[in-house]
Write a protein that binds this ligand. Structure first.
Ligand code: DX5
Ligand code: ZN
Length: 224
């Protein structure tokens, strides 16, 4: 069976104490650190870049999962690789040549993935399956934490799961299926049932005083 992972989103962490937040959440059982990059252009918000990634790198051995919500994409990739990113995902419609961008990410030694907004077609996957390590399905519109999970993304997750399983069954490499937005203790079982194996959660984790209690509860929901 495939591994499942919890990826706390730093977007909901205390930005004045990021190193400490990363340590606490990893000590509480986080598998990946989800690192949201926004440019006030592709999305109407502005967060953090390679310098912050680099500053956090010595504070944890957990994989740093960089979610690029930026346009254009390519120029920043070498900088994030150098800053210690392990996984880099981007929105295909924000890159002029998504196939090239996926190769660029892998050439820099990182795992690569595409991110799909709620209204973006999964067709973008079809001709680049061999270049994907991750597929990230947005269950909200990107830009802000704390939004409501969009239920229409559940059948879409199931569709992505079918594509990945067909690929793996035909001898392809494994591809993580990640979900991002509005993931909570009370909906994670349904999201898991739709096929996700990697779960981003921002406010659900950082908005709670006891990170370990929430992460344990999220895992219990996955195991249901
Ligand atoms: C939003 C980000 C998400 C965000 C999720 O554009 O990509 O990672 O932090 O936050 P919650 O879990 O609060 O919906
Ligand atoms: Zn994200």
């Amino acid at each position: 069976t495939q591994p499942t992972r919890i990826a706390p989103s730093l977007l909901a962490a205390d930005f004045a104490r990021l190193g400490e937040e990363v340590k606490n959440v990893v000590a509480s059982g986080a598998d990946w650190i989800h690192f949201d990059v926004m440019d006030n252009h592709y999305v109407p918000n502005l967060t953090m870049g390679p310098m912050v990634c680099s500053a956090l790198r010595p504070h944890t051995e957990a994989p740093i999962d960089v979610h690029l919500m930026i346009e254009p994409v390519d120029a920043i990739i070498p900088q994030f690789a150098k800053a210690g990113a392990n996984i880099i995902t981007f929105h295909p419609e924000a890159s002029r040549h998504p196939d090239r961008t996926l190769s660029l990410i892998r050439d820099h030694g990182c795992q690569a993935g595409l991110v799909f907004n709620p209204a973006t077609s999964l067709d973008w996957m079809d001709y680049v399956m061999d270049k994907l390590d991750v597929v990230l399905i947005m269950s909200i519109n990107p830009g802000f934490g704390g939004q409501q999970f969009i239920p229409g993304t559940l059948p879409k997750l199931a569709q992505a799961r079918r594509k990945i399983d067909a690929w793996v069954n035909a001898g392809g490499q494994s591809i993580a299926l990640e979900v991002d937005g509005g993931v909570k203790v009370d909906n994670i079982a349904a999201i898991r049932a739709a096929g996700a194996d990697t779960f981003v959660a921002g406010t659900a984790i950082f908005g709670h005083p006891d990170y370990k209690a929430v992460i344990d509860a999220l895992r219990a929901g996955i195991a249901k």
